[in-house]
Design a protein around this ligand. Sequence first.
Ligand SMILES: Cc1cc2nc3c(=O)[nH]c(=O)nc-3n(C[C@H](O)[C@H](O)[C@H](O)COP(=O)(O)OP(=O)(O)OC[C@H]3O[C@@H](n4cnc5c(N)ncnc54)[C@H](O)[C@@H]3O)c2cc1C
Length: 271
Amino acid sequence: MEKTIIIGSGPAGLTAGIYLARAGLSPLVLEGMESGGQLMTTNHVDNFPGFGATTGPEIVKSIHAQAERLGVRFQMDEVTSLERQGDHIELIGMIGNYFARSVLVATGASIEKTGLPGEAQYWGRGISGCLTCDAAFYKGKRVVVVGTGPAAQAAKNYLEKVGDIVVGVVAPDEARSFSGDGAKLTQVGEIPADGAFIVTRRIPQTKFLKGVELDESGTIVTHDRVCTSVPGVFAAGDCAQPKFRQAIIAAGDGAFAALAISSYLKTLEMR
Ligand SMILES: Cc1cc2nc3c(=O)[nH]c(=O)nc-3n(C[C@H](O)[C@H](O)[C@H](O)COP(=O)(O)OP(=O)(O)OC[C@H]3O[C@@H](n4cnc5c(N)ncnc54)[C@H](O)[C@@H]3O)c2cc1C
């Protein structure tokens, strides 16, 4: 029986790992299919304190190394089911089954992809799903918003306010394809573009949770910042954040969750 398991190795899970390891709780991190999380898909990050302008993988590598040095254990496994059973939580993974007194769900949220040709190739090489993160890189350039309705219009307004960006908007079914020179996006359908922002739904990775309250978008509902509707199950980062999905916010939630888990485990010991 583990004292605590963290599901996810993005900024939320890794930061929680650092705090829990330093508290002597020897956390086990189940990394999932996307080790390091969403930051692994971007080459430009300029708003994570202490790193200056850098790449997402550099930030993840540094936090991962710190967690390992402090004794966090890592296992590559994708959790397919989480359920509370009596006094513990049972996780079923693709590789193994796990039992823990407490679990932190830090599984992030992924952007609903358009599935258009070229999207995978140019994702992070001109295509982005994060305005807050990447709009500033396109000053003086041409950008296409791929989306519909008020969300696409809001993205256009946001980009125009960032300054000197020529912005077009196209619906996903009209965009047809993304193409470029192999290294960088240059065109959305027939429209020349230095960048494209995909404005579609964010899908929290929470389908495997049993009995945990979710809102209509699939985001985990929390009280006291990181506590879920199931005792012993905590949540941090994008999977529980309906509004501001940023790495530093996920890391902060991870730290908060680790402290809440330490305190929860102490309460169990006292019973
Ligand atoms: C292209 C792009 C650019 C970005 N740029 C910036 C930026 O410049 N600045 C910034 O602050 N933020 C940026 N973000 C947002 C930032 O990456 C996220 O807010 C942050 O990564 C969320 O961290 P997280 O730990 O909550 O989840 P994630 O980073 O999404 O990590 C989730 C983890 O959970 C794992 N997982 C998922 N499901 C399972 C499962 N069933 N079993 C086991 N493991 C599972 C995954 O493998 C992954 O390790 C960007 C995002 C994208 C997509």
